[in-house]
Design a protein around this ligand. Sequence first.
Ligand SMILES: *Cc1c(COP(=O)(O)O)cnc(C)c1O
Length: 365
Amino acid sequence: MSRFLNRQYESLEPYTPGEQPKTEGLIKLNTNENPYGPSPKVLEVLNQTEISKLMLYPDPEVSVLVQAIADYYQLETEQVMVGNGSDEILAFSFMAFQNENRDIYFPEPSYGFYKVYGDIFRAKCHPIPLKEDLSIDTKKYKNLQGTIIIANPGAPTGIALNLADIEDILKSNGSNLVIIDEAYIDFGAKSCVPFLQKYDNLLVVQTFSKSRSLAGARVGFAMGSRELISDLNRIKFSFNPYNLNRLSILAAAEAIKDDAYFQKTREAIIRTRQEIAEQMRALGFTVLPSSANFIFAKSDRLSGKEYFDGLRKRKILVRHFEKDPVSDFVRITIGKEDDMKELLNITRELLEAKDSKDLLERTEV
Ligand SMILES: *Cc1c(COP(=O)(O)O)cnc(C)c1O
């Protein structure tokens, strides 16, 4: 820490991203990337001609992409804004709507960035514990005094909310902003975008990182009332008007237009998820009902840490959160079928190794 750091940030605890391994040969199931890669249309559009235009600034309005998203969701272009990943959209939202006099409510555990942004933009955070079954306790979100932010499907559980429950939250919080983070919405849950017609306190945030296979391009977007979107643009144009680079704009616009590829890859991930969940349950795992591109699972035989470490040694990377009430779980991204077969094989070996170790210990006693 230098002597120049703003005192306000001395105790700031930054977000911990999942590991991006530098070595080859690992099966990477730890950061919910899409195993299928971007649409072939994306590969086509990122050509020499476009690369040779990189000396030019990108369109600060990002019109091509905003239009493509508005078309997809049948919204006005004034109801859409894009950001450098949905993380940036979330940061702009906190900048625009939070301060020391407006608190923020979110489930705990949830996406780690909510607390980090709360801290950096000086909003008092109120984490609301999950229910015993790790679903969100929607009753606790009625008539609050501050902004509400909820991931649907939930992170890191993958559990989806009912639209009726979200609508109740919107209705009972008419004077509060409600942000629904739909990073995983395309893997089986229902979007609350249609509620934008009725509720001006709703902001929906989505990303191209998961269902559109563009995590490396950094593209996220917000949908809301014209007024909310104009507030976000006020921040964006005061902070980083060229927030999306030329190539990412083109890539994302092609990705959202290629519906056939989107449907095919999304369905493959959903199918693989259902298979792996079933097979893990057969091995004695508790697997939460997931509507995302990952499963959240715990073994009755291995602790979360043991399972994580065992997989890591065998070159499979998953995510483990060292905090209650989820420390016994690991989060496993849905990869290609072969990767999931390997995961299952190694999981069986780890369970067998644990069994024989236990047996040995018992005979020693
Ligand atoms: C992945 C993720 C994001 C961030 O996505 P980017 O668009 O890559 O910044 C936001 N919220 C949740 C819940 C996520 O899982």
